[in-house]
Structure formats: structure tokens, C-alpha cells
Design a protein around this ligand. Structure first.
Ligand code: HEM
Length: 543
């Protein structure tokens, strides 16, 4: 069982969606740095002629060591921190070896750049059978996450349109702002009902609801009520199904297939997927009916992303179910946890918060609500979120399998089908790229003449053609929500919760419930003016 656990844990490192341990061995020398001019494909014979070293020359972490670190040293839920520890022990490149499965961990900015610049035409992150199994069982098409090769490429060509270009995402500004309106209402409501009159407790949960509502409003082109006080029953079932599918994933990966009929876990995992697709199917079919009615009555078909997928592409409803479900699952925890970390960091840094407030107030004076165009004029807002993603890259590890070609990385030859694990968390904490890495310094990202860090030092949305398809949508959601919140409130920490640490649970989440005080700026301003008036009166009386 322990061996199986270690093996599956390493195998899962090939998929960013799930947590992964990395592994150790003696120091290595990186002979090739950033900007390498090596050709992207190298044949076995040409590599051998070049006298490159191989994985046998690298430090190697064995199952036993890995289990010790995970379960005795307690890194199981802090696998991102294990990246830092292993880098110290083994240097920037090492093999994680569980017998049947090996992966090469890359733990420096130079090696990441070298690998990603050799990304293949159809990059692969590795085995996704955990998700494809259900799709195969029910005859549902694969989505962008699970599809591979040429089919994946064609799918991404369709999905990228209307989503990935910054000018496309601007179209969703009004839809997202309606969801932000509800988030703000909810913050007021929660503050009012708190003992201090300004506290929002369990922020991660609130931001999860916001994020799910935001992405659903784009993908289903309808509101599903996550921010209402009473969440509609169907929506609640959907939320529970997502949670169920994720929480039983671990059991399905760990336990042997023969145990599936004996133990309840696989059944619960499948029923999680049933709930997800039941809801997605209903939403998509409803939209399809609306489109059909308009077509039948010769009316123009109106709508954005879902309408585009259903009416302007060759995708069948089944294809759309598969893709929409994957877009949705990839977009919720990532966005909500990034917002949580950003707000947590801001609450602890009044100077950064004030600079951000000044920028937002300058760009959007008075009572005006920030629009998608407005946030484009806010470089500091973007820098704040970039810096939060550097410190807490919600996807702390990612992977690539070189499917087509042998490859040379760091002067070492690797045959095709080698899995590489990219240690993004440790790389974005490297002080050579980011001096004072533990400090929250959004200025690092400002284009104001200072030297900017190596872009491969922090690539929270991944890289290249297989990079995050929802990046622009996520950014817009975060910019619109954060600018509005900062305009209305000063955020302060809740001293009773202490310092929040990150746990690696698929994405980087907080190790405790995060509460923050939201002090209304209007109230503060009114109090300040009242104080000024009183002071003037008293001065007049005294004279
Ligand atoms: C802060 C928010 C987000 C972060 C940090 C993030 C990060 C990532 C990363 C690191 C990858 C892997 C990229 C690679 O392998 O190079 C990825 C892939 C993906 N993301 Fe995001 N993501 C976010 C939000 C979203 C949203 C809102 C959506 C949906 C609208 C989304 C949909 C996807 C999909 C479908 C993939 C798989 C793409 C493929 O394999 O072709 N993500 N994301």
C-alpha cells in the first residue's frame, strides 16, 4: 500500500490538478542555461554522439526516502515546501524514482526555460485516466484538460477563440461586474451580521462562491445563485458533487481496481461526476433550446461563449458538455484561492494597499464602478496579483512529457516519453530571480524602467499553447473584484487567526479559515470629516 501511495503520488505529479511530491539525490550541475540554442528535437544518435550525461548521472530519490519525507517529516500536505528542501539537498535537477515510474524534477529558472522552449506541438502533462475513465464510461467527449495530441490541438483552436485574447475577455466585463455587485452586497451583509460589524469570516468559502458564480455566468450564460443567501437546491447539489468528486479522487487513485466493488469510494467518486454532468447538461440544454427557438423564428442568435460553442462551431452538445465541465472545474479553486491570497497579503501590507487604493481612485474617481477598460489602466493592480501569484502560485507544480522527441536538458540526454516535473513554487521563491523572495513587492512587476525578473521565474498560468485557456477570464474577474473591494474597503487582518500557511491540496489553499476586517472607506472618511469639523468648532470656541 505504501509503495502504491508513493508511486501514485509521483505519477500524479504529471498532472497539475493533483498534488505531487518531488524527490531527492546528490548535487548536479546544470550545464545549459536560459536561452539555449539547442534544436527542439534531438535524435537518440545525435544525443549520444554529443557525450551528454543521462538520468543515471543525476541524484535519485527512492520510494523509501520519499515516504519518509512525506509521512515522517510531514511534507504530505506541504509538497510545495518539499521542493525547496530538495533543491537544497540535490540541486536543480534530480530523479524521482518509484521503480515503475520515474520523473525528472526541474528546480531552477534556467532549466524550466530550457524545457518549455522545447515544448512540443501538442504538449502533454501526462496520464489523465482518472478523469477520462468516467467520460469513457458515459460516452462524454474529452475536454481541453483530458484530450491529447492533434484532437486536443483542434479543440483548443475552437476554445481559445473568444476567451484567450485580452480584447475577447473585455466582452465579459459587464457579466462579471454583475457578479461582483452581488459579492459586494454579500460582503456588506456578512459584515453587518458579524460581532464587530466589519468582519468577514471564512473568506475562502465566500470567494469560492464568487468564483463559481463568475465562471458559470460565462460558461452557462446564466446565473446560478451561489451568492444568494439561500443557495438554490440544484446549485447546492452541483457544488456538493464537485466537492465529492474531488474528495474521492484520492481513494480512486490509491486503491486497486479490484476493490472498487467492495468499497464505497469509487461509487461516490462516480456519483460526484454524475452530479456535475447532470447540472452542466441541464444548463447547456436550456441554452440550446433558446438558440433553437430563435433560429426557428428567424431571430438573431444572441449570446457569448456558450452560444458561440453551440451555434458557431462544429461541436456537438456532447462535446460542449465535456469541455464546459472541464473549463469550469479548472477555473474555480484557482481563481478563488488566488483572490484569497491576494487579499490576505494586502491586509498585512497597508502601504501596498494604499498605493493600490490611490491608483484605483485616480483611474475611477467618485462612485464610478471599474469596468474592463478601466482596469487595463491599472498597472499596479495587475502587479499586485502577479506578485501574489509569485508568492502563492496556486498551481505549485506542473509537468510535461516529451511525447515525440528525445531531448537534452541541462546537458543530460532524456529519451522521448520522459516525464518532467516543474517545481514552480521553489523557482518563484529563488532569491537570484526575486531578491527578498518572502517580501510582497508588487513593484517588481512594474514597467517603470527597472529590470524585470526572468519571465520563467513565475509562470502561474503555465506556458505556450498548452497554457491556461481561462487566464484572461480569471484575470478580469480578479481585477474587477479587487479594484471594487479596495475602492470601498480598507482590508485589515484578523489578529486572532495568526499567520496563515499554505497547504498543497491540489491547489495552494490556506491552512485555516481566513477572516478579514473590511473597514468601509466612506465611514472612515465621514469619521475623519466629523473629527475635522469638531476640531474647528473647538478651536473657534477656544479663541
Ligand atoms: C488564477 C487563476 C488560474 C490559474 C493560476 C490557472 C493556472 C493554470 C495552469 C498552471 C495550467 C496548466 C498550463 C500548462 O500546462 O502550461 C492551467 C490549465 C488550464 N486552465 Fe487554468 N488557471 C486559472 C484559471 C482558469 C480559469 C478561470 C479557467 C476556465 C475558464 C481555466 C481553465 C484551464 C484549462 C481548461 C486548462 C487546461 C488547458 C489545456 O490543457 O489545454 N483556468 N491553468
Amino acid at each position: 500500500m505504501a509503495l502504491r501511495l508513493a508511486q501514485t503520488a509521483v505519477q500524479r505529479s504529471g498532472r497539475w490538478l493533483l498534488p505531487c511530491p518531488a524527490a531527492p539525490a546528490p548535487a548536479i550541475v546544470c550545464t545549459r542555461g536560459a536561452g539555449s540554442t539547442l534544436p527542439s528535437s534531438i535524435t537518440q544518435s545525435s544525443a549520444s554522439q554529443g557525450k551528454n550525461r543521462t538520468s543515471d548521472d543525476l541524484p535519485r530519490i527512492k520510494t523509501r526516502e520519499m515516504l519518509y519525507r512525506m509521512f515522517v517529516k510531514g511534507y504530505y500536505h506541504r509538497l510545495h515546501e518539499l521542493q525547496l528542501y530538495e533543491k537544497q539537498l540535490y540541486g536543480p535537477m534530480y530523479v524521482v524514482d518509484t521503480g515503475s515510474f520515474n520523473s525528472i524534477a526541474l528546480n531552477s529558472v534556467e532549466l524550466l526555460e530550457e524545457l518549455l522552449r522545447k515544448d512540443e506541438k501538442f504538449p502533454s502533462r501526462g496520464d489523465m485516466s482518472l478523469w477520462t475513465e468516467y467520460r469513457d464510461l458515459r460516452g462524454i467527449s474529452y475536454g481541453p484538460f483530458t484530450e491529447e495530441g492533434e484532437k486536443w490541438y483542434k479543440l483548443r483552436t475552437v476554445l481559445n477563440k473568444r476567451m484567450l485574447h485580452p480584447k475577447d475577455s473585455v466582452k465579459y466585463g459587464d457579466v462579471i461586474n454583475e457578479v461582483v455587485d452581488d459579492l459586494i452586497k454579500r460582503i456588506y451583509h456578512l459584515r453587518r451580521s458579524s460581532p464587530t460589524g466589519d468582519l468577514v469570516t471564512n473568506l475562502s468559502n465566500e470567494l469560492y462562491r464568487f468564483s463559481l458564480e463568475g465562471i458559470s455566468s460565462i460558461l452557462f450564460e446564466t446565473r446560478i445563485g451561489c451568492l444568494e443567501e439561500e443557495i438554490p437546491l440544484e446549485t447546492q447539489d452541483f457544488i456538493d458533487s464537485i466537492a465529492q468528486m474531488f474528495s474521492y479522487s484520492m481513494h480512486v487513485v490509491m486503491l486497486p481496481k479490484w476493490s472498487r466493488n467492495l468499497l464505497p469510494f469509487h461509487g461516490r467518486y462516480i456519483s460526484g461526476w454524475e452530479g456535475i454532468f447532470k447540472f452542466a447538461r441541464k444548463m447547456i440544454d436550456m441554452k440550446m433550446e433558446v438558440i433553437q427557438r430563435r433560429v426557428d423564428t428567424d431571430q438573431e442568435v444572441e449570446g457569448e461563449y456558450l452560444t458561440y460553442l453551440l451555434s458557431n462551431t462544429k461541436m456537438t452538445s456532447k462535446d460542449v458538455y465535456g469541455s464546459v465541465a472541464e473549463l469550469l472545474l479548472a477555473g474555480v479553486d484557482t481563481t478563488s484561492n488566488t483572490m484569497m491570497w491576494t487579499m490576505y497579503l494586502l491586509s498585512r501590507d497597508p502601504a501596498v494597499q494604499e498605493t493600490l487604493y490611490q491608483e484605483v481612485s485616480r483611474c475611477v474617481p467618485g462612485d464610478k464602478i471599474p469596468s474592463a477598460q478601466d482596469v487595463n489602466q491599472m498597472p499596479y493592480l495587475k502587479a499586485v496579483i502577479r506578485e501574489a501569484l509569485r508568492m502563492y502560485p496556486v498551481v505549485p507544480v506542473n509537468a510535461r512529457i516529451m511525447v515525440e522527441n528525445d531531448v537534452i536538458i541541462g546537458g543530460h540526454f532524456f529519451p522521448k516519453k520522459t516525464t518532467f516535473t516543474m517545481c514552480h513554487y521553489a523557482v518563484s521563491q529563488d532569491e537570484k530571480t526575486f531578491p527578498e523572495p518572502s517580501k510582497f513587492k508588487p513593484e517588481r512587476w512594474m514597467r517603470d524602467g527597472r529590470a524585470r525578473p526572468n519571465p520563467f521565474g513565475s509562470i502561474p498560468f503555465g506556458f505556450g499553447v498548452r497554457g491556461c485557456v481561462g487566464r484572461r477570464i480569471a484575470e478580469l474577474e480578479m481585477y474587477l473584484a479587487l479594484s471594487r473591494i479596495i475602492k470601498l474597503f480598507e482590508i485589515r487582518p484578523d489578529p486572532s487567526i495568526g499567520e496563515v500557511k499554505a497547504l498543497n491540496r491540489t491547489v495552494l489553499v490556506a491552512d485555516r479559515k481566513v477572516n478579514l476586517h473590511f473597514l468601509e472607506r466612506a465611514e472612515e472618511r465621514a469619521a475623519f470629516h466629523a473629527y475635522q469639523r469638531m476640531y474647528i468648532c473647538l478651536s473657534i470656541c477656544a479663541s
